[in-house]
Structures are given as structure tokens and as C-alpha cells.
Design a protein around this ligand. Structure first.
Ligand SMILES: Cc1cc2nc3c(=O)[nH]c(=O)nc-3n(C[C@H](O)[C@H](O)[C@H](O)COP(=O)(O)OP(=O)(O)OC[C@H]3O[C@@H](n4cnc5c(N)ncnc54)[C@H](O)[C@@H]3O)c2cc1C
Length: 290
């Protein structure tokens, strides 16, 4: 991240560390308001790139707040190797490719992994489903959902799980619970102003980062489904800059990049009260796992 940031600055970017709470894309120049300054005159921009990302979907179980990052996580790759999960029974919730992949990844550290699937079938691709179901350290618990996270007040030790067919509940030993139930794109800001798909991701013209509003572009996870191609999503975070930059460079200045650079901070706090979503699963919330 530091390298990306340094490169941006070197190419003349001015970075404002702010939360944007409101935008008006009805006409050019586009208007936007910083959090806390909604009653003031808006700032404007001729071109806008929306790159607000997506965050892992959570279940908001009773006990989840207590054990978030103390047993509950939304990223096995980020958190799976930490000591509290080593040689312990773990659980993954979800039925798609991500859930299967997370479960398989966790077998490296766990004594056993229970994959909790709410239906009696996996939505994952055949090959992923087969690999997960045939893994000696993975048990698929069909028609099963977690209903409560339990622990000793410090770390997660068990889950209350429910059979979705019979309604029966029981405790399942689990020192880790990993969510693999999708992501929520941070598009509240532009909802109703640019075209979104049924799940709230910004729609762009095929092969481009152009949204339904001319001059508004979308970049990264807010536009690309993470589950489709994780690494491609990261690469795409960069390419939308090309289109607006091309336009800017051919405008008034005739220069490819603005000369000089500087960075301004407006002192707004991130975190509590901020509308910008926290970093994704592994990095969000309190960092207590390690
Ligand atoms: C659970 C999970 C696991 C992942 N694991 C991997 C992995 O192992 N390897 C890999 O390569 N990729 C991984 N990814 C993908 C990678 O993190 C993303 O593809 C990448 O971070 C996307 O970058 P982005 O800029 O689109 O969004 P983000 O990195 O989410 O950045 C969005 C930024 O916008 C800010 N923001 C949001 N709203 C506002 C607002 N209103 N005003 C101002 N700022 C705002 C946010 O605070 C944030 O800083 C993972 C993602 C998730 C969710």
C-alpha cells in the first residue's frame, strides 16, 4: 500500500483523507460533500472514480460482537494461521466456492473443519465441492446454520447450531468461525444515481470502467465480484484510472500529468462514526487475533 501511495504522489496526486457522505451526479460538474460538511457548499469534480470497495457479509449472531476477531473472522487466508486456531476445531459458514476454498485452506492449521451449509446441496462448482467433501479433515454439516457464538468471554469456544429442517439445536465445538457468505459492495453513496446490479455492485460498460453516468467510473471491488476472481479484482483497481486520465491529459493543460504534488489532510477521524467501511474481514474490527 505504501508503494502504491508513494507512486500516486509521485505522479502528482493530491490525497485528501476524508469520508464522502453525499454525492450528486445529476449534472456536471459532479458535486460531493465531506462528512460533517453536508450543509456547506459542495465541492465539485468533472470526473469521478468510485472505488469504495466491498466488505464481507456478516450474520450478526448473538455473541458475534464479543468474539469478532477473537475467534470469528471473514478471511481464512488473513487469519487462519494465528495461534488460537492451531490444532483446534474450526467452522466455515457458506456453500459456495469461497466456503470450500476457505475450509480447505484451514485444514492446514485446524484439527478438523466443519463446513456449515444451510441447504442440502453445495452451490460451489463440482470440482470444488468434490475436493471439500472428500477431504479427510472436512465434515459437511448439511441443513445447518449457526445461531449463536459462545465462548469464555475472551475467545470463541463453541457454536450453537440449528438444523434448518427439524429446527433442532445443539452445541458444536468450534474455536473459529469463518464467514464465507459473500460481500456487500459499498454503494449506498451512489444508489439511485448510477446503475447497480441486483446485488448492489456498480454496472459498467463491458470491457470498460464507465458507469451509466458519463464521466463517472467504477474501480475495484465495488464493481467486480470478489468471488469471481480475487486477483483480477485487485488488478482492476488500477485500470479505471486510465480512462479519466486519458481524458484529463488531453484537456486544457496539454500535459500528461499535473506538475508537482502535495498531500493534504483535513483531520477527520476514521473509525468510530466514520461512514467509510472498515477494511475487509481480516483487517476490520478489533485486531485481537494475533
Ligand atoms: C475477505 C476478503 C479477503 C481477501 N483476500 C485477498 C487476498 O488474499 N489476496 C488478494 O489479492 N486480495 C484479497 N482480497 C481482495 C482485495 O482486498 C480487494 O480486491 C482490494 O482491496 C480491492 O480494493 P478496492 O480499492 O476496490 O477496495 P478497498 O480496498 O475495500 O478500499 C475501499 C476504500 O474506500 C474507502 N471508502 C469507502 N467508502 C468511502 C466514502 N464514502 N468516503 C471515503 N472513502 C470511502 C474505504 O475506507 C477503503 O479505504 C480480499 C477481500 C476480502 C473482502
Amino acid at each position: 500500500m505504501d508503494l502504491f501511495r508513494a507512486q500516486s504522489l509521485r505522479f502528482g496526486t493530491t490525497i485528501h483523507t476524508e469520508t464522502i457522505s453525499k454525492v450528486d451526479l445529476s449534472s456536471r460538474p459532479f458535486k460531493f460533500w465531506r462528512e460533517g460538511a453536508e450543509q456547506e457548499d459542495p465541492e465539485t469534480a468533472d470526473t469521478l472514480i468510485i472505488a469504495t470497495g466491498a466488505s464481507a457479509r456478516r450474520m450478526n449472531l448473538p455473541g458475534e460482537e464479543t468474539y469478532w476477531q477473537s475467534g470469528i473472522s471473514a478471511c481464512a487466508v488473513c487469519d487462519g494461521a494465528v495461534p488460537i486456531f492451531r490444532r483446534k476445531p474450526l467452522a466455515v459458514v457458506g456453500g459456495g466456492d469461497s466456503a470450500c476454498e476457505e475450509a480447505m485452506y484451514l485444514t492446514k492449521y485446524a484439527s478438523h473443519v466443519n463446513l456449515l451449509v444451510r441447504r442440502d446441496v453445495l452451490r460451489a462448482s463440482k470440482v470444488m465441492a468434490k475436493r471439500a467433501m472428500s477431504h479427510p479433515k472436512i465434515t459437511v454439516l448439511w441443513n445447518t446454520v449457526p445461531v449463536e457464538a459462545k465462548g469464555d468471554g475472551e475467545v470463541l469456544t463453541a457454536l450453537r447450531v440449528k438444523d434448518t429442517k427439524t429446527g433442532e439445536e445443539r452445541d458444536l465445538e468450534a474455536n473459529g468461525l469463518f464467514y464465507a457468505i459473500g460481500h456487500v459492495p459499498a454503494t449506498e453513496l451512489v444508489k439511485g444515481q448510477v446503475d447497480l446490479d441486483a446485488d448492489g455492485y456498480i454496472l459498467t460498460k463491458p470491457g470498460t470502467s464507465q458507469t451509466s453516468v458519463k464521466g463517472v467510473f467504477a474501480a475495484g471491488d465495488v464493481q467486480v465480484r470478489l468471488a469471481f476472481l480475487l486477483l483480477r479484482a485487485r488488478a482492476l483497481s488500477l485500470f479505471p484510472c486510465a480512462s479519466p486520465l486519458t481524458r484529463l491529459s488531453s484537456s486544457h493543460t496539454g500535459q500528461d500529468l499535473p506538475p508537482g504534488h502535495h498531500e493534504r489532510r483535513h483531520g477527520l477521524r476514521r473509525g468510530a462514526g466514520s461512514r467509510a467501511p472498515a477494511r475487509r474481514g481480516g483487517g476490520s474490527g478489533r485486531r485481537r487475533l494475533i
